[in-house]
Ligand binder design. Sequence first.
Ligand SMILES: NC(=O)c1ccc[n+]([C@@H]2O[C@H](COP(=O)([O-])OP(=O)(O)OC[C@H]3O[C@@H](n4cnc5c(N)ncnc54)[C@H](OP(=O)(O)O)[C@@H]3O)[C@@H](O)[C@H]2O)c1
Length: 265
Amino acid sequence: MDLELEGKTALVTAASKGLGREIAAQIVAEGARVAISSRSSENLEAAKQYILDVADADGDAVVTVVCDLSDSETIRPAIEGGIEEFGGLDVLVTNHGGTKPRYFSEATVEEFDEHYTSILKSTVLVVKAALPALEESNGSITHVVAATAREPPEGLIFTSTIRSGLFGLSKSLANEYASEGIRSNCVCPRSIMTGRLESKTAHTAQREGITFKEALEARESVLPIGRLGTPEEFARTVTYVASPAAGFLTGAVVPVDGGWSRGAF
Ligand SMILES: NC(=O)c1ccc[n+]([C@@H]2O[C@H](COP(=O)([O-])OP(=O)(O)OC[C@H]3O[C@@H](n4cnc5c(N)ncnc54)[C@H](OP(=O)(O)O)[C@@H]3O)[C@@H](O)[C@H]2O)c1
């Protein structure tokens, strides 16, 4: 299937590692150029090389943009600068650095503020910065959220409350901008093996006094599909949802979670 991404431009936030980096690599492999952002220029340079190798692409296919999603003042100029380098934007993918595990009883009001800033407010600022270019291109917005934002487990209060706001934001954007030709969707990962999941598994093993392998098996055992997902599997879904090939898909929430989500919708 032709995803019709050849010659297009994309921007992926929080893309120096893990899911964001893999999404950028798949988009470049489809013939697009991509701007990747994160807090660290060093991490971004390493990610750029990884993406160019995976996608077998020329150096100008990847642009790096230092942008800390916790720093509201600098987000718009950083994102607008990245878009200016390409002279337009067809595909925006919003990804984030993650949330701290907390029960409501232990979470402080300051931590709620921090998560609002780095997850929800940052997405608003990134979308505001990208909208003029997306209106020009009839482009797409795809938000990386989390399956746990749809079905809150215990001890993830910031995902349950603040990250779930991305569903409302995405649906509202889908409704408000459909007539401008802009689509907006959410893709929800769960148990995709990235560096982040590896360290979370190591932490669980240490806390529960079990081996890393046992902690990994426990994660796998709650997935109907019986194994963890790969970043490539997740990124392929995002790349399709974001591409013109998914032109009639908007306002949707797509889980990529090995069957972890139990609800029918
Ligand atoms: N993997 C999964 O199964 C899974 C499941 C559910 C939800 N998620 C969510 O999906 C997102 C990506 O997960 P991942 O597994 O790919 O994580 P990861 O491997 O830890 O990558 C996180 C990325 O976010 C960047 N980042 C962190 N804080 C940032 C900030 N303040 N501003 C800008 N960039 C920042 C990091 O880059 P720098 O350090 O270079 O800034 C890195 O590129 C996270 O929000 C995670 O919670 C993942």
